[in-house]
Design a protein around this ligand. Structure first.
Ligand SMILES: Nc1ncnc2c1ncn2[C@@H]1O[C@H](COP(=O)(O)OP(=O)(O)O)[C@@H](O)[C@H]1O
Ligand SMILES: [Mg+2]
Length: 334
């Protein structure tokens, strides 16, 4: 497990302690080639992907946010029409791209058969049906393969420029594990042959903590915390890799000290219902914040990954302004 490692290196040959603490195996999340954002639906994955993209672009990185979802949201957030399977700039240095398996499959087939016309003649979906029947999981490999392609310095897409950072908003099902696991499963089934070999290359890239960061977004609640603990275990067992970072999203501020809570509880508000109501609201908000803090603490105890929190932002629908605020937090904490 990598982590901040302030080792003092003893070396008799060098005559003692080397003075500088060394950073081993630690690379800032935004300095990797690919960041995979995982987590169950509704925890804030898309929001975090967008905010992280903003932070990276602001730091001067040519960035692409890649959604693997039925519904495209990133472009809409930036007030742009849907990009679909086209790399589209939505803000300076920030691009959006949306993968659905159908598009990924078409592109892959075209490339495999080396001619768009030939694909049409053979009946692309027919060929593909045979292939997927023979090798289940091909669609996931092709989808994550497109993500891999976006993250390469040498792009296979003709005329495409490389990105400094690719951020993928993984689908909610199975915490994104299915997508991360697909190349390994495939390459184990198809050990020989070009697709199997390519799946092996993708797997190596996804499993390497020096090229791919896996970030779990969680809410400070019991179930999402359990799921995150489980995700880290599965990443280790099934992919032999670590979880890079947990972002606990939507954390409420605690405003009251324990002494203040006691004082408020002791107030007899019988004479003033509005005051009583306000105090009750304050106490219940504080209780929620406390519960959240205890869940964050539990998460910190139970995972090896770094854990950072992101605040709950009060806006009706997270507009750009809210995203900016979150992106500053990400900049500060990652
Ligand atoms: N830090 C936050 N503060 C307030 N609202 C948030 C925050 N993060 C996400 N949301 C809101 O929560 C909802 C779910 O977020 P979303 O990013 O779509 O989750 P996911 O992609 O995991 O399904 C959205 O309405 C979003 O605007
Ligand atoms: Mg989403």
């Amino acid at each position: 497990m990598s982590g901040l490692c302030h080792t003092q290196c003893y070396s008799e040959e060098l005559g003692g302690i080397l003075p500088t603490p060394t950073l081993r195996g630690v690379k800032a999340v935004l300095d990797q080639r690919l960041v995979v954002i995982t987590g169950k639906g509704g925890v804030g994955k898309t929001t975090v992907a967008a905010a992280m993209g903003l932070a990276a672009a602001r730091a001067g990185k040519r960035t692409v946010i890649c959604e693997v979802a039925e519904q495209e949201r990133i472009t809409q957030t930036f007030g742009r029409p849907p990009a679909g399977f086209r790399e589209t700039e939505v803000a300076p240095r920030l691009h959006a791209f949306s993968i659905n398996p159908e598009d990924a499959k078409e592109e892959w087939l075209r490339r495999q058969l080396r001619s768009g016309a030939l694909t049409g003649l053979l009946g692309a979906s027919h060929v593909y049906q045979y292939l997927t029947a023979a090798a289940p999981g091909l669609t996931e490999v092709v989808t994550i393969g497109k993500v891999w392609e976006l993250a390469q310095l040498e792009r296979r897409t003709s005329g495409a420029s490389p990105y400094d950072l690719t951020i993928v908003d993984a689908p909610a099902t199975g915490n994104g594990m299915a997508l991360l696991r697909a190349p390994r499963t495939y390459s184990q089934i198809a050990r020989v042959g070009p697709i199997g070999r390519h799946a092996g290359v993708i797997d190596a890239f996804l499993s390497d903590p020096a090229s791919t960061a896996v970030v779990a977004v969680a809410l400070p609640e019991e179930m999402p915390v359990n799921e995150t603990i489980d995700l880290e275990r599965r990443l280790s067992e099934e992919l032999g890799r670590e979880l890079t970072q947990v972002l606990v999203n939507g954390v409420l501020p605690g405003r009251l000290s324990a002494a203040e809570v006691k004082e408020i509880e002791a107030v007899d508000g019988a004479g003033s219902p509005p005051a009583r109501e306000a105090l009750t609201v304050a106490l219940s908000a504080e209780a929620r914040a406390r519960h959240q803090r205890s869940q964050v603490a539990r998460l910190r105890r139970r995972v090896g990954a770094r854990v950072a929190t992101l605040p709950f932002i009060v806006t009706p629908e997270l507009e750009l302004e809210g995203l900016e605020a979150l992106s500053r937090e990400i900049e500060r904490k990652l």
